[in-house]
Ligand binder design. Sequence first.
Ligand SMILES: [Ca+2]
Ligand SMILES: [Ca+2]
Ligand SMILES: [Ca+2]
Ligand SMILES: [Ca+2]
Length: 314
Amino acid sequence: MQLEFSIRNPIPNTINIFLLFRDRDGIQDSEDNCPHVANAAQLDNDSDKQGDSCDRDDDNDFVIDIHDNCPLISNRYQKLSAAHGRGEECKHDFDGDEVKDKNDACPRDATMTAVDFGKHVIFRPDGEPTQAFWRVQGQGREVRKQQNNNSILIGNKAFESVEFNSTIYVDSDAGQGTIGVVFGFQSAKVFYIVMWKKASPNNGLVMKEVKSTTGPSQDLYNALQNAQSVSRQANILWEDPKNLGWDHRTAYKFVLTLNSARKNIRVNVYKGSDNIISSPELYAGMYRGGRLGMVSFNQGDVLWTALDVKCLHL
Ligand SMILES: [Ca+2]
Ligand SMILES: [Ca+2]
Ligand SMILES: [Ca+2]
Ligand SMILES: [Ca+2]
């Protein structure tokens, strides 16, 4: 919904879009279940319209969270499991979604047990109409972009602190385009992007912070492709100083670690077991969580496989 809001009803350039979001988590205050706390995931375990991040009692059992031995499962009598140091009712399954913690991608989020990009939106940052060139398969853990066009796929689920893993593979000998991932997506005007070019002279991996006054437009697309920061569109946060490009038919594992509390972000890229690209821990002042996705410009036959997400509780 956030995306449609931004694309179909662009906000005039004169209005600071952040005035609508006091806590800058991408949720409009009127719809935000914690308007003073950045909680992009909007979790509300007991469905009382007070988000977990600002609800003192997330399970409505009258034991406040800080004293509750199962804060997401109603257990008024607080029976303790001595072996686990938690309440009996949540000793193996903290959020009560019937997936044990060790198998649960987000053990403190009952709405999320495994990543699934089956539900998503697609948009073109250049503002052109989107075409159905994307396919999602493998229970939402594999995404393929078949044709060469400029578009971004964004999963519907928003995350706060998270580790996002994907293996990117160009299944072709053709093309010199850009491949990458998107994170902290709040709207088509506010997101982060990791882009990796193949061709020189501007090859190499770059991480950008998008804060666009226009949203999808030729200006935004040009700014994303620009080797410099472009005011009112996109800032470069980090560039790989080694300027490595990617190769056809080679698998690269991307690991993004995102901390919404400390606003730290980090990317590592592996080829086999070699850590070929490693950013330092970057401070990203506006990172407050958001949705995850994939990007490719001027490149077809791109595969994102082994998609995996782990919520981090820091
Ligand atoms: Ca909020
Ligand atoms: Ca609540
Ligand atoms: Ca409670
Ligand atoms: Ca669980």
